[in-house]
Write a protein that binds this ligand. Structure first.
Ligand code: THU
Length: 136
C-alpha cells in the first residue's frame, strides 16, 4: 500500500460523509499492520455532540474487527468536499490514535491537488497520555 493509494482511499471515503449541519466533509483511510485498510467518514447529528469524526469511525470499524496494530492514516476534508489545505485531525482523534498507536504511526494530512504533509504521531501529540505508560 503506497501513501498515494492510501490518500486516494481517504478522498473516496470523504464522499460518504453525512454532514447536513456543517457541510464539512471529512474522509479517512487507516492502514493496519497486516495491510488491511479501513475507511471512515464524519457522521453528524442534530444534537451535534454525538457527531463522530472520520478518523474515529475508521478506527472503530477496525478495532471492532479485531485490529490492534496500525501503521498510518490519511485524512482529508473541506467544505462541500473541496480540499483547500492540509487537514489536521482534531485533538480527540489524536488521543484515539494514541490509544492504539506507537510514536512512529504516520498521519498523512492531505492538501489541495497532490499536496500533503506527513507527521509521526509523536510530533502531533507530544507529552501525551498513554495507558501503557501512565496507568501501571
Ligand atoms: N471532523 C472530522 O471528521 N475530523 C476531525 O479531525 C475534525 C472535524 C468533522 C466533524 C464535523 O462533522 C465537521 O468535521 C466539522 O467540525
Amino acid at each position: 500500500m503506497t501513501p498515494e493509494k492510501l490518500m486516494e482511499l481517504a478522498r473516496e471515503a470523504m464522499t460518504h460523509a453525512y454532514v447536513p449541519y456543517s457541510g464539512y466533509k471529512v474522509g479517512a483511510a487507516l492502514l493496519c499492520a497486516d495491510g488491511t485498510v479501513y475507511q471512515g467518514c464524519n457522521i453528524e447529528n442534530a444534537s451535534y455532540t454525538p457527531t463522530v469524526c472520520a478518523e474515529r469511525s475508521a478506527f472503530f470499524k477496525a478495532v471492532y474487527d479485531g485490529h490492534r496494530d496500525f501503521k498510518a492514516i490519511a485524512v482529508c476534508g473541506g467544505k462541500d468536499g473541496v480540499i483547500t489545505g492540509a487537514f489536521p485531525p482534531c485533538g480527540v482523534c489524536r488521543q484515539v490514535m494514541r490509544e492504539f498507536c506507537d510514536d512512529d504511526f504516520l498521519v498523512y494530512m492531505i492538501g489541495a491537488g497532490d499536496s500533503y504533509e506527513v507527521y509521526p504521531l509523536s510530533e502531533i501529540l507530544p507529552h501525551s497520555f498513554k495507558a501503557s505508560e501512565h496507568m501501571q
